[in-house]
Design a protein around this ligand. Structure first.
Ligand code: PEP
Ligand code: MN
Length: 372
């Protein structure tokens, strides 16, 4: 349930409502909408079994300062647009300037699937920045379907990411796989990535929710949109408001692509939730030749950003080479991303260090379409 306070409600009145909720074992959580305080009563979303809830609703409606008491129509609450009508902007301080995800500008994240060596990471990081990315991706702890596959360099990989961050000024996003490693990974990264395979690891969600780092939450391999938003709710409920959702394709009957990017999810999640949504066309397609077209489709559908795998020698990559763009392909894609962004009245954020350098003229959308 959501309690909308009147615009002139006093702090005392807001606190009184919070006390009434606590007395019923409910956790009050505040947000603000168009100059008023909105109080979410955590634990009541979709609940029919809270004792005395109808009577409490009546008392709340009569309480001073209250304008309306609204039921929550979704099983998640803090992640819903009803609780937080304005879009959330996740702010990431980085050496090359603050990056904002969820605002007017589209944010580009690029880098190798997996950190393999200093030379590989630095080549990809410099290319990422030159192309206009503001965030460097790279896995140090990798989920591997086969126990014999490469599982990442661990701490040595985190140290290389810190080196690349210092050299390029880019913010870093990297995956954390266990609650016990959250503190360690936080010491090296600007954004914690929760991978698709861990979207429903509730202990991990609780732990990243207790941290202050923004969290990039991938959609699970077979997760519904509602399950994905409930996973985000876990993080928000622990007090971390900075969640970025990432559509990375779901399992379908189709075998010619690795996954099926659910493009519907982009506008739908933006209607249901205030959280920013980005798309990963690399895991989403599994094929280098499809990454560019699907990246452009994601921007056209309203994505707030892209996360793309790039590699100086994709054919020699230890992981996900088939879906990694060469550095040249990535450089060629970026003007197209800017053109599609402009067509939907957005722009692509640039690292501050590049902002003064004129960006190569983006081709028009018409030119792109006729180029096939
Ligand atoms: C990745 O980003 O390299 C990755 C493993 O992603 P996902 O969790 O979406 O499979
Ligand atoms: Mn990958």
């Amino acid at each position: 349930m959501i309690i909308m306070m009147r615009p002139d409600a006093s702090e005392r009145e807001v606190e009184q409502i919070s006390e009434m909720l606590r007395a019923h074992g409910l956790a009050p959580r505040r947000s603000h909408n168009a100059g008023r305080t909105v109080i979410g009563a955590l634990g009541t979303a979709g609940a029919t079994s809270v004792p005395g809830l109808p009577e409490l609703c009546d008392q709340l409606r009569e309480a001073p300062g209250v304008e309306a008491v609204l039921p929550v129509s979704q099983p998640y609450q803090l992640a819903s647009r009803e609780f937080h009508p304005e879009p959330t902007e996740v702010r990431i301080p980085a050496p090359a300037g603050e990056v904002v995800i969820g605002g007017e500008q589209i944010v580009m994240m690029a880098g190798p699937c997996t950190v393999e060596s200093e030379a590989q990471l630095l080549a990809a990081a410099h290319a990422a920045r030159e192309g206009g990315a503001t965030i460097l991706r790279g896995g140090a702890y990798k989920p591997s379907t086969s126990p014999y596959g490469f599982r990442g360099l661990g701490v040595a990989g985190l140290e290389l990411l810190a080196r690349a961050r210092a050299e390029t000024g880019l913010a870093v996003v990297t995956e954390v796989m266990t609650p016990a490693e959250v503190e360690l990974v936080c010491a090296y990264t600007d954004i914690l990535q929760v991978g698709a395979r861990n979207m429903q690891n509730y202990y991990l969600l609780d732990e990243v929710g207790r941290s202050t780092r923004p969290v990039l939450l991938k959609r699970g391999l077979a997760a519904t949109i509602e399950e994905w938003l409930l996973a985000a709710e876990y993080i928000l409920a622990q007090g971390n408001p900075n969640v970025i959702l990432c559509e990375r394709g779901i399992r379908s009957f189709e075998r010619l692509t690795r996954n099926t990017v659910d493009i519907n999810a982009v506008p739908l999640v933006k209607q249901l939730s205030h959280l920013p949504v980005i798309v990963d066309p690399s895991q989403g397609t599994g094929k280098r030749s499809l990454v560019g077209p699907v990246a452009l489709a994601a921007v056209a559908a309203g994505a707030d950003g892209l996360i793309v795998e790039i590699h100086p020698q994709p054919d020699a990559a230890l992981k996900d080479g088939a879906q990694s763009l060469t550095l040249e392909q990535y450089a060629g894609l970026m003007p197209q991303v800017r053109a599609v962004a402009a067509a939907v009245r957005r722009s692509v954020a640039l690292p501050q260090t590049l902002q003064t350098t004129p960006v190569a003229q983006a081709p028009s959308v018409v030119a792109l379409a006729s180029a096939g």
